[in-house]
Design a protein around this ligand. Structure first.
Ligand SMILES: [Zn+2]
Length: 141
């Protein structure tokens, strides 16, 4: 039994609510789960950056520091990674509390929608800087 389970921080079954296959802990949920792996692939494609390979939460949170990127982009990559973690976390909670099984596209779409809540200057960067799919998102295409 893991320390987290003993302290009651994980539900009794503690099965990952995204894949419903493996045991859940933070590193599985955000990096080890196949759902997370597909999401990070989609994020790196969307941001036009190198594939995001992470084995721990720490790898994710420090990914932007390890890449050669100009400064504005670095900041946005960090923000998008955090927004993706937040969407994964919400999907996980929906699974636990409402029994809903989130789709990968649903999680990714929600992250993009959250990211669209940024201000005009930040959006401009997105459109110019590579994550241009936001444009078609706004146009409802
Ligand atoms: Zn999983």
């Amino acid at each position: 039994m893991t320390g987290l389970k003993k302290r009651g921080m994980l539900s009794g079954a503690a099965t990952c609510k995204l894949c419903r296959d493996q045991g859940e802990d933070a590193d599985h949920l955000f990096t080890g789960c196949y759902v997370a792996a597909i999401l990070w692939h989609k994020v790196s494609t969307w941001c036009k950056i190198q594939p995001i390979f992470a084995f721990t939460m720490k790898d994710l949170l420090e990914f932007h520091k390890t890449q050669l990127m100009e400064e504005p982009k670095r900041k946005y990559v960090k923000t998008i990674i955090l927004a993706t973690c937040w969407s994964i976390w919400k999907a996980r909670n929906e699974g636990i509390f409402n029994g809903k099984r989130a789709s990968i596209d649903g999680i990714f779409g929600e992250m993009q929608a959250n990211f669209c809540g940024l201000n005009a200057e930040q959006r401009k960067w997105i459109l110019i800087g590579g994550a241009g799919q936001i444009l078609s998102f706004y146009n409802g295409e």
